[in-house]
Design a protein around this ligand. Structure first.
Ligand code: HOZ
Length: 435
């Protein structure tokens, strides 16, 4: 009888006291027919599990760790802040400094409010859009995921796509009655919906590059088209830049694509690996937020000094010359390695990548929206995931998530990943032949 690994033993214990043994569903690894490994420590682009196995990490805590794990500057800042107290519940200097930094980096933001997660940011931005416009309807896109607040749990990506859950019990139909979900990248359908309901639409919320149905890149006319339609009908455009913010460029997707939303939601990188979210935008809209205005939103841990200092250290570090060029080059190298591996192993793969994020979909078709993402062969992805893990490379345990390259990934790491991909894809090919 083989002995249980420490991770297996921990997972057993976890399942007795935590639903599914995990605090967020995708990491249960169910959809890839695996069980999770438990992390002991992490540094740079590597994770070490409780059994002493080391993995090259392309999940990066699902996006925040653009500088890799335990970046010395971030660690030092958090350490220093912790000795001064871990939560105040009254304003502190670090909140002002991070807010100033964020407003200076994100092109469309005049003001920003800190919250504790991306979910809180999108939930609050939607409330604000409704409060500001006095309208109820919202438009979102199939396969985009904006966290787990009730009105946004319609045809969502990420865990909903991974587990095949279209919506969620517990969300009353009345709560989502005002949510319209449309195909991503399909401007004609947005035009038609706005023609029918535009005067009642408070906002259009979109991931400017989708990261939660796997990476899906907007067609050139998509984001400018959304901007135009919002202007025509007096609706607000909300960019959910929880993933793309500070990743695609210092000013996120809005800088990369030159389209200005009215409100922006941030998360992940803004917290430097600690739990932070934020929403912000035009001054006249943000002035509707309490205590200036009557749209209520609050939080005991909002503006937490440890989180603020981690975010600030990370954003300052991202200002170093050449960071984004280097991230792009690394992204290109990883993509090229994966493409070559797929070509040699003769496995059809469609790779969507932009800058340092992307997804390899197991399909020979273009992936432009949720419907085409769902055409990908998830059974093959599951084999690929397990084979990569065996070779010490950790990719997202779901076809409907993105990979992230960090500044800590070196050329050698990327090349080793390509080698692991080739070996893994050869196994995939053999399995496909046997099917
Ligand atoms: N939904 C996030 C990924 N897009 C987080 C998943 C997790 O933390 O398990």
């Amino acid at each position: 009888m083989t002995q249980k690994t420490v991770s297996q033993a921990l997972f057993e214990r976890a399942q007795a006291v935590i639903p599914g043994g995990v605090n967020s569903p995708v990491r249960s690894c169910r959809s890839v027919g695996a069980s999770p490994f438990f992390v002991k420590r992490a540094a740079g682009c590597r994770l070490e599990d409780e059994d002493g196995r080391i993995y090259l990490d392309y999940v990066g805590s699902w996006g925040p760790l653009i500088l890799g794990h335990a970046h010395p500057r971030v660690v030092q800042a958090v350490r220093r802040a912790a000795t001064q107290g871990t939560s105040y519940g009254v304003p502190c200097r670090l909140e002002v400094e991070l807010a100033e930094k964020v407003v200076s980096m994100v092109p469309s933001m005049d003001m920003v409010r800190m919250v504790n997660s991306g979910t809180e940011a999108t939930m609050s931005a939607i409330r604000l859009a409704r409060g500001y416009t006095g309208r109820s309807k919202i438009i979102k896109f199939d396969g985009c995921y904006h966290g787990h607040s009730d009105c946004l749990l319609v045809k969502g990506g990420s865990g909903l796509a991974t587990l095949g859950i279209p919506g969620s019990p517990g969300v009353p139909p009345e709560v989502v009655a005002h949510t319209l979900s449309l195909p991503y990248n399909d401007l004609a359908s947005v035009e038609a919906a706005m023609k029918a309901h535009g005067e009642k639409v408070a906002c259009i919320i979109v991931e400017p590059v989708a990261g939660n149905m796997g990476t899906v890149i907007p067609k050139p006319e998509f984001l400018p088209g959304l901007r135009r339609l919002c202007d025509t009908y007096g609706s607000l455009l909300i960019f959910d830049e929880v993933i793309t913010g500070f990743r695609l460029a210092p000013g996120g997707a809005q800088e990369r694509f030159g389209v200005r939303p009215d409100l922006t939601c941030l998360g992940k990188i803004i917290g430097g690996g600690l739990p932070v979210g934020a929403y912000g935008g035009r001054r006249d809209i943000m002035e509707k937020v309490a205590p200036l205005g009557d749209v209520y939103q609050a939080g005991t841990l909002s503006g937490n000094p440890l989180a603020m200092t981690a975010g600030l250290a990370m954003l300052e570090e991202l200002g170093a010359p050449g960071i984004y060029e280097s991230l792009r080059t690394k992204g290109e190298r990883l993509e090229a390695g994966l493409r070559e591996a797929a070509r040699i192993a003769d496995v059809p793969v469609t790779i969507n990548r932009i800058e340092s994020m992307g997804t390899a979909f197991f399909t020979d078709k273009e992936v432009l929206d949720f419907a085409s993402a769902l055409q990908a062969d998830t059974a093959t992805y599951a084999i690929f995931y397990r084979e990569m893990l065996t070779r010490g490379v950790y990719i997202a345990p779901s076809q409907f998530e993105s990979f992230f390259v960090s500044t800590a990934h070196e050329k050698e790491d990327l090349d080793r990943t390509a080698e692991a991909a080739l070996e893994s894809l050869r196994v995939v090919k053999m399995t496909q032949r046997r099917r």
